[in-house]
Design a protein around this ligand. Structure first.
Ligand SMILES: *Cc1c(COP(=O)(O)O)cnc(C)c1O
Length: 334
């Protein structure tokens, strides 16, 4: 894969660590060796996966002469936080449209990522009803900014278009290089699957380096079939952009929807257990919306014996810990 063909900013500081998780592996019975890819440690305020995508999306905005970034997300969006973060760093204005996916969930004075939006100096926050056409809402904002003489650039939710997903093809290549250097055989990779750029980018990147490591996506909102179709479509677009030959086999896109619970961002017991277990065995902070539910899926698959004895499984930690501070009561209940 040739990433030099595309506008790209330099937001990474070298590869994120791959670590063995001995205490967690033992706590889960010791039959499976768990490893973690620490994308929670990426640069950008409080870290997380959107930094890799924004390297390409914000570079594209700058290449097009933009002076304002508009993006959207849920009320505790990590993507909105990191877009505000990198916009601040680049000297770009940032406007957010937040979707109240759970009725009544937007609170102006909420902590977590919401607190950081304002701290990072976003120019405006618009809150819209769950199920709104977010692209239409952002286009409307863009029109208003254009009338005011600005040059806005819209980054879609989660930065999950082929431009943003390119950042996760980079991650797949980076991971494969690390595994080769470490002489570490990984049998399976588990990733969260939300707006799909992470999952799609990883699949395309693995194909691009001929890594042949199966990837499972853990859904955070949608049913299996719907999510797999979204990941597949984005993977095809991303493979085309990166000129990854050979096609993306549909069966390589595998999602699990058993760990979503009652819906996006709504806590589950398994998520709470996963967050506590990672914290107490490995001192690694997950988040309640994405990595916590994905880890709940990973834990369940290990317990159910879905990986052979002695298998090495790599969990992609996509970050999100600021959201913990908006869910403190959930974790205080024992
Ligand atoms: C956005 C996000 C995800 C999901 O990544 P997608 O590319 O949207 O599928 C996972 N974890 C965290 C912490 C996120 O913020």
């Amino acid at each position: 894969m040739n990433f030099t063909k595309f506008p790209r900013r330099n937001y990474l500081q070298g590869p994120t660590p791959i670590e063995f998780l001995p205490a967690l592996s033992t706590a889960l019975g010791g039959d499976v060796n768990l490893y973690i890819k620490r994308d929670d440690l990426l640069p950008g305020s409080a870290g997380g996966n959107k930094t890799r995508k924004l390297e390409f999306c914000i570079a594209d905005a700058l290449a097009k002469g933009a002076d304002v970034i508009i993006t959207c997300g849920a009320v505790q969006s990590n993507h909105a936080r990191l877009t505000a973060s990198w916009s601040a760093k680049e000297g770009l204005d940032c406007h957010l449209i937040l979707e109240e996916r759970v009725k009544g969930s937007y609170k102006k004075d909420a902590g977590g990522n919401n607190f950081l939006f304002e701290l990072l100096g976003v120019k405006s926050i618009g809150v819209v009803e769950g199920g709104s056409d977010m692209m239409a809402k952002m286009s409307k904002k863009a029109d208003a900014l254009k009338s005011a003489g600005k040059t806005p650039y819209i980054i879609p939710g989660g930065a999950s278009n082929a431009i943003g997903a390119t950042g996760y093809a980079v991650c797949a290549e980076e991971t494969m290089n690390q595994l080769n250097e470490m002489r570490l055989v990984i049998d399976h990779i588990v990733v969260p699957s939300g707006s799909a750029g992470t999952h799609a980018g990883m699949v395309v990147g693995m194909m691009g380096v001929n890594g042949n490591i199966p990837i499972s996506g853990m859904n955070v909102s949608r049913p299996k079939e719907a999510q797999e179709e979204i990941v597949y479509k984005l993977a095809l677009e991303t493979a085309k952009r990166l000129e990854v030959k050979g096609g993306i086999p549909r069966e390589d896109i595998v999602c699990f929807d058993q760990y979503v619970g009652p819906g996006y961002s709504l806590p589950t017991n398994a998520m709470v257990e996963a967050v506590k277990l990672f914290a107490r065995t490995e001192a690694i902070l997950l988040d309640p919306v994405y990595s916590g539910k994905a880890a709940a899926g990973l834990i369940d698959l290990v317990r159910k014996g879905r990986f052979p004895k002695g298998a090495n499984v790599l969990f992609l930690h996509t970050g999100g810990s600021p959201a913990l501070y908006a869910y403190m009561d959930t974790f205080r209940q024992e």
